[in-house]
Design a binder for this molecule. Structure first.
Ligand code: GLV
Length: 313
């Protein structure tokens, strides 16, 4: 029986099942100073920072199971140096996040969130032919940054909307993948110049920090839309607000922020910004599946077996 520290309440039955085999401690966040020294497994969420201070405190630690596909909150190199396995929860949230991406795109392009605010405020004074015209989604060229699991799921949905899909990433996808998705590879400048909407599905790394900066925004089409559900750090929010205020962007839809939770005064002031509170994978079956996968990773490592979804650096 090992000690497992779960940093916060998780949906589903996974943690209760783990508690039949191991001593499970449910925490209220991950504070290094309050962690018992004999913890062998940590189940963390994206708001926890697994850093040197945490690792120092836990000499018996064998696995960090992050309940998220992104793992920029975990110092993977420091874990590797101590022989601590790090796992994430890919696959189980792919479709949910792709659904949400399309929700943001539709809401931003067709002014759904903005319209909702107008109706609630009693400011809908009647239909006219020129009232609240938005951007047509069907048939647009969609630029996908990162054709990984979620990018591909977005590309599949795009076909149903009659979109042309262009994508970019460090390494071009295999031809069979491109063909199956009808996705055309483009270099970074071409993607920005071609896309009516750009959607980011890349991890946050030093290389993607402020990938969308003032220069990238200036290279986008007049009237373009930016969508992102990845990590807020990929976008310079000040530059984004400016691109909404002065162009070229018509609208944006975002689910993640440079600092969470946080106020975004300039973005809040942009009527055409759809701002979601980090809900990309927030449906019940998805969150339960994420918990179950994290728990299965912990159980495997504690049993001396290979984890199901280790991360690699
Ligand atoms: C959510 O943001 C995740 O990385 O799973």
């Amino acid at each position: 029986m090992a000690t497992v520290f779960v940093s916060t309440q998780l949906p589903g039955t996974g943690v209760a099942e783990l508690a039949r085999e191991h001593q499970v401690i449910l925490g209220d966040g991950l504070l290094a100073a309050s962690l018992p020294g004999d913890v062998a497994a940590l189940i963390t969420v994206l708001t926890d920072r697994v850093d040197a201070a945490v690792l120092e405190r836990l000499p018996a630690l064998r696995v960090v199971a992050n309940v998220a596909v992104g793992y920029d909150n975990v110092d993977v190199a420091a874990c590797a140096a101590r022989g601590v396995v790090v796992t994430n929860t890919p696959h189980v949230l792919t479709e949910s996040t792709a659904d949400f991406t399309f929700g943001l795109l539709l809401a931003a392009a067709r002014r759904i969130a903005e319209g909702d605010r107008i109706v609630r405020a009693g400011r809908f004074t009647g239909w006219t032919p020129t009232y609240m015209l938005g951007t047509r989604v069907s048939g647009m060229t969609l630029g996908i940054v990162g054709l990984g699991r979620i990018g591909q799921a977005v590309a599949r949905r795009a076909r149903g909307f009659g979109m042309r899909v262009v994508y970019t990433q460090r390494t071009r996808a295999p031809e069979a993948v491109e063909r199956a998705l009808c996705a055309t590879y483009a270099g970074w400048p071409d993607l920005l110049a071609l896309a009516d909407a750009v959607t980011l599905h890349c991890p946050l790394t030093p290389a993607t920090q402020h990938l969308i900066d003032r220069r990238a925004l200036a290279a986008m089409k007049p009237g373009a839309i930016l969508i992102y559900t990845a990590r807020g750090g990929c976008v310079d929010e000040g530059a984004l607000a400016e691109a909404l205020e002065r162009g070229p962007l018509a609208a944006c839809g975002l689910d993640v922020y440079e600092r969470e939770p946080a106020e975004h005064p300039r973005l809040l002031a942009c009527g055409r910004a759809v701002l979601a509170p980090h809900l990309g994978s927030a449906d019940t079956p998805t969150r339960e599946a994420m918990t179950a996968l994290a728990v299965a990773n912990v159980a495997a490592v504690l049993a001396g077996e290979a984890p199901l979804s280790p991360v690699t650096k």
